[in-house]
Design a protein around this ligand. Structure first.
Ligand SMILES: [Zn+2]
Ligand SMILES: [Zn+2]
Length: 204
């Protein structure tokens, strides 16, 4: 928001004067109020402060025809800063003022509703987010379990392959030993059989 004092610079929260009626903001320095003077302004005074344009409007309604430019804003007296300006009967009953306060009330109400809607939307999206993250966690643990099962299966397959190859080796060994035993038995037969019978058996 730009300063309504016409300086062309954006407004800052510091040393800000905000009109109670039109909600426009001014640099206090653009209203010829220096920081020392600003510090002396009470909260109540700032909360109900009227900008020069709105002041003029009120004054004109009261019959004061002078057109005070923004720059000529009067620094409030010490007395004025202590007490917030009371609404005159004229202001309170004026239809324009009533319309303004009605609009303000409406704006406040809308703001409250918007905040409530935002809050509940935030809550809902928070619920959805936490539910999603729970699902994600579950998916992750399922994936881990699947990976564990896969690696378990792989190690079992490896064990089976090893067992198969060792069984094959053992059967080869077995065959080898059997062959050796047969050879030894044949050798023994040759040694223990006399030549005559050996010849006889050869004839047979
Ligand atoms: Zn300014
Ligand atoms: Zn104003």
């Amino acid at each position: 928001m730009e300063c309504s004092g016409g300086c062309g610079h954006p407004l800052t929260e510091q040393l800000l004067m905000k009109c109670y009626y039109c909600k426009l903001g001014y640099h206090s320095e653009c209203l010829n109020i220096n920081p020392q003077q600003y510090k002396t302004l009470s909260k109540d005074y700032l909360a109900s402060w009227q900008c020069p344009s709105c002041c003029n409007l009120t004054r004109r309604r009261k019959g004061n025809r002078e057109n005070t430019p923004v720059r000529n804003s009067v620094i409030p007296s010490a007395e004025e800063t202590k007490t917030s300006p009371k609404l005159s009967e004229h202001q309170a009953t004026h239809p324009e003022f009533e319309l303004r306060s009605f609009t303000n009330n409406l704006q406040n109400m809308l703001q409250t509703w918007r905040k409530e809607i935002d809050d509940s939307l935030n809550r809902i999206s928070g619920d959805i987010k936490s539910a999603l993250s729970e699902v994600q966690l579950e998916m992750q643990s399922l994936r881990t379990e699947q990976a564990n099962l896969k690696s378990g299966l792989a190690s079992v397959t490896k064990d089976i392959t090893e067992l198969q190859s060792s069984a094959q080796f053992q059967s080869e060994e077995h065959a080898h030993i059997e062959k050796k035993v047969r050879e030894l038995e044949e050798f023994k037969n040759i040694k223990t059989t006399p030549w005559s019978s050996r010849r006889g058996s050869a004839i047979l």
